[in-house]
Write a protein that binds this ligand. Structure first.
Ligand code: TPP
Ligand code: DXP
Ligand code: MG
Length: 635
């Protein structure tokens, strides 16, 4: 544990008041060390937090949180903020079961006025706070949003600025420009920011900072910087045109620049202000600064060497199987293109881009655009694979409906991180895609039960040219099955029987198949011969197979890695329509519970969700009236 004599004096942000710059600098240094040490034992988002250490200290020194409202965009950079806002004693529980969330969360602290984890929401939320404040007549309270350069690629940020600029509300937006997203940032705005940073005024203030601080000492240097910065607001920037006063760029690691600038804008009450703050992702920790991803998200690591805990080599990840399979298809089909919204590594589109640089597109954090862009490509005869995490596709839903499905355009959705994802918790769970896609007319929706199935699904989608289609697959490693070199396409709307039995039928969609097979073993040992079927399709359903399961078994259980209103609901609907429930079939639908589950290991989350093998066993026994045995199975 690092020595932290200054940080130890800070229990809440008010303890940072009336402190001089030297003290604040020491707090910042110790806060950085504490953040590094904490994340070394928990893993998590490190680089972003290290880049905002000084900014966090300066904000809490200058403003009166929680009365002043501080909204962090994404929230993955908020670990230093958590340490300063009364959560230091639990900081080594970050992202663990029962521990602190890895993001800002309203239920966790009054210093987190707005929860986040999906990007680019902060300016909209902050404007809402500002308008409410004014309606309540509490004008003295300040509202600040901190948003990254990557998050600035999303439409929402501009929708919010457009609105804020016109409303002329007092609102402070801090653009935290570290010239990084998860991967190097993309897009014209990113180039625009880079031009601002290379401008003469920024280079001048950097020189001024260095020279003057040496000559005058920090307090005098701060006064000098303040004088300089007062005269520095530039006209004519994009932000000025949108109605913001633009200040910067300033060096976000220099408290002697940050503090006076923040003090000035705190007292400015003539409308919205944007401070362009230049920072470095991973700042102050050499292994992070040197890493290509600037330690965006890390496993547990050794603080001295920076070496991250390696996972034991296991089966290939679903993501890598997707990438490999798509590359194989694209070798012989030039119309295949791949799209990612700022997640090239996470989706495997980086691998596709290495092989086909002209056919891979990283559009930035812009899921809405990604979907409609794919629709345009499809309309022109290309075969776009939009590889988007289940949770982030939620943002592009109207585009899926309006631009893709209604026009029957053959966009292929490769939906990664389907189901529970573990440490990222509530906000990142891929719970809803089967429901929200399966309800759309004409959509084909599949779920892979293992990596060989995934390879077959990639192949299958190359053949669907008359409408949209999707397949979903979980985060992490596959099951270790052999992956065929030339995968056979699947017959649309056909499932498969994996094991034949007579009393109980388990109909699994996607990644719960292994648990279903374990449950079948257990039920078999209890004298209940059990059929296990892999549905493969949530839409269209394999009606023949499901009707047969309903006819020939006393109990039918559906199971899926998704919320209510998904696969089980579709099956129930179909069986009801066909009158297959009229004869007294004992049917149970096993889904994620109707709550937003907190983070934990994926296994523990499925355990809490009641979707592991023993839960299937108990469900079957309970359906058969063997309640005592069911209770024992769960014990
Ligand atoms: C809507 C949405 N899409 C994708 C992501 C995944 N994501 C999390 S952080 C991040 C990069 C954010 O970059 P930036 O805003 O510059 O913050 P930095 O990490 O550089 O501090 C991305 C793409 C997300 N959280 N939300
Ligand atoms: C903050 C954020 O949204 C991402 O960094 C996310 O945590 C990545 O998740 P994976 O680790 O599953 O790619
Ligand atoms: Mg960034």
């Amino acid at each position: 544990m690092p020595e932290t004599p200054h940080l130890d004096q800070i229990h809440i942000p008010a303890d940072l008041k009336n402190r001089d710059l030297d003290f604040l600098k020491s707090v910042a240094d110790e806060l950085r060390a504490e953040t590094i040490d904490a994340v070394s034992v928990t893993g998590g988002h490190l680089g972003a937090g290290l880049g905002v250490v000084e900014l966090t200290v300066a904000l809490h020194h200058v403003f009166d949180t929680p009365d002043d409202v501080l909204v962090w965009d994404v929230g993955h950079q908020c670990y230093p903020h958590k340490i300063l806002t009364g959560r230091r004693d639990r900081i080594r529980t970050l992202r663990q079961g029962g521990g602190l969330s890895g993001f800002t969360k309203r239920s966790e602290s009054e210093y987190d006025p707005f929860g986040a984890a999906h990007a680019s929401t902060s300016i909209s939320a902050a404007l809402g706070f500002a308008v409410a404040r004014d309606l309540k007549g509490e004008d003295e309270r300040k509202v600040i949003a901190v948003i990254g350069d990557g998050a600035m690629s999303a439409g929402m940020a501009y929708e919010a600025m457009n609105n804020a600029g016109a409303m002329k509300k007092n609102l402070i937006v801090i653009l935290n420009d570290n010239d990084m997203s998860i991967a190097p940032p993309v897009g014209a705005m990113s180039h625009y920011f880079a031009r601002q940073v290379s401008s003469k005024s920024y280079q001048d203030i950097r020189k001024l900072g260095k020279g003057v601080a040496r000559a005058l000492g920090v307090e005098d240097a701060a006064r000098k910087a303040e004088e300089y910065l007062r005269g520095m607001a530039m006209g004519g920037t994009l932000f000025e045109e949108m109605g913001f006063r633009y200040i910067g760029p300033i060096d976000g690691h220099k408290l002697d620049q940050l503090v006076p600038v923040l003090r000035n804008v705190r007292d400015y009450d003539e409308g919205p202000v944007l401070i362009h703050c230049v920072t470095q992702k991973g700042k102050g920790y050499e292994p992070a600064e040197a890493a290509a991803d600037k330690y965006h998200g890390v496993a547990k690591f050794d603080v001295v060497t920076g070496e991250q805990q390696k996972k034991k080599p296991g089966a290939p990840s679903y993501t890598s199987v997707f990438a490999k399979s798509l590359i194989a298809e694209a070798e012989t089909d030039e119309s295949i293109v791949a799209i990612t919204a700022a997640m090239p590594g996470g989706t495997g589109v980086d691998k596709f881009a290495e092989r086909f640089p002209d056919r891979a597109f990283d559009v930035g954090i812009a899921e809405q655009h990604a979907v409609t862009f794919a629709a345009g490509l499809a309309a022109e005869g290309m075969k776009p694979y939009a590889a988007i995490y289940s949770t982030f596709l939620q943002r592009g839903y109207d585009q899926v409906v309006h631009d893709v499905a209604i026009q029957k355009l053959p966009v292929r959705f490769a939906i990664d991180r389907a189901g529970l994802v573990g440490a990222d918790g509530q906000t990142h769970a891929g719970s809803f895609d089967v429901g929200y896609l399966g309800m759309l007319p004409g959509m084909v929706v599949m779920a892979a039960s293992d990596e060989a199935e995934l390879a077959r699904m990639v192949k299958t989608l190359t053949l669907i040219d008359d409408g949209p289609s999707a397949f979903r697959y979980p985060r992490g490693e596959g099951t270790g099955v052999e992956i065929p070199d030339n995968p056979e396409p699947l017959e649309i709307g056909k499932g498969r029987i994996v094991r034949e039995g007579t009393a109980v039928a388990i109909l699994s969609l996607g990644g719960r198949l292994q648990e279903s097979l374990k449950a079948a073993d257990d039920l078999g040992a209890r004298g209940l011969s059990t059929t296990v079927a892999d549905a493969r399709f949530a839409k269209p359903l394999d009606e023949d197979m499901i009707l047969r399961l309903a006819r020939e078994h006393e109990v039918l259980i559906t199971i899926e890695e998704g919320a209510r209103g998904g696969f089980g609901a579709f099956v129930l609907h179909m069986l009801a329509e066909k009158g297959a429930l009229d004869a007294g079939l004992k049917i149970r639908t096993m889904t994620l519970p109707d709550v937003f589950q907190d983070q934990d290991s994926p296994y523990a989350m499925y355990e809490a969700a009641g979707l592991n093998a023993k839960h299937v066993v108990a469900t079957a026994l309970e359906a058969l009236g063997r309640d005592a045995e069911a209770a024992k199975a769960l014990a």
